[in-house]
Design a protein. Structure first.
Length: 245
């Protein structure tokens, strides 16, 4: 069995404790390839379809091979998320099929400098056998306020995602909010028309007592009397021969 660590973890943000925490996985997600050398004449790709291989990830200190499974309280795991990966048959950057193990959802609880150890196991009948292991380079786990942010996803991660692997894909760094929206149009363009002015009431108005509308005409100097119709008070001439009281 031969393991190759194609994608090394660079950094991460500590996820802290509690059930509902803002977890940020190790970035980029570790990717390990398994190769098995077979005798000539035999099927060299049989292990690509073997469902009994799996890989287990554990945390190590930079200068020690002791595995950090639990924190000092003896109860809480030092890592969270998916620490076990099954075998995935995927095509690499050269369009060649291979056996890969991927850890896209692995987080570390405490700030510090660590390494990751990836151990390969095989299930034979009802027994589990250790095959081999490989360790990553040292990476830094930052506190929330010091974390520089997630990097753009690698080309290998994007290729695996296109083949159906559930892995988070991040594009370029996010654009500031002030650049996500176009600038406001000039005052003379794009501004909706002002709403019509509501007519105001004037007690001395004719034809209903509201201003606005048809022009008013002055009432005659004499010969009129008030009357009330559908439109309100208005003045009409007196009948012939009748004088104003």
């Amino acid at each position: 069995h031969s393991l190759t660590l194609w994608q090394q973890p660079k950094h991460s943000r500590m996820c802290g404790f509690g059930e509902k925490v803002d977890r940020r996985p190790v970035d980029p997600p570790p990717i390990i390839q398994l190769e098995i050398k077979m005798p000539q004449g035999s099927d060299e790709s049989w292990y690509l379809y073997n469902p009994y291989y799996f890989m287990y990830a554990t945390l190590l200190l930079p200068d020690s091979d002791d595995e950090l499974h639990l924190l000092r309280d003896g109860k809480t795991r030092s890592t969270t998320g998916s620490i076990v990966s099954s075998l995935y048959r995927l095509k690499d950057v050269n369009n060649k099929e291979g056996a890969f193990f991927v850890f896209p959802d692995l987080s570390v609880r405490l700030e510090g400098r660590y390494r990751l150890k990836f151990s390969l196991f095989e299930i034979v009948n009802t027994e589990i056998y250790f095959c081999t292991s490989i360790c990553s380079d040292v990476f830094h786990v930052y506190a929330a306020k010091k974390f520089p942010g997630m990097e753009e996803s690698t080309f290998l991660s994007k290729m695996f995602a296109e083949q159906g692997l559930k892995i988070r894909i991040r594009k370029d760094s996010p654009v500031p909010v002030r650049q996500q929206f176009p600038p406001a149009p000039p005052p003379e363009y794009g501004r909706p028309p002002a709403p019509p002015t509501r007519p105001s009431y004037r007690p001395d108005s004719y034809y209903g007592g509201f201003s606005g509308g048809a022009p008013r005409t002055a009432p005659p100097a004499s010969g009129w009397r008030p009357s009330y119709g559908p439109a309100g008070p208005y003045r009409q001439p007196l009948p012939a021969g009748e004088e104003r009281s």
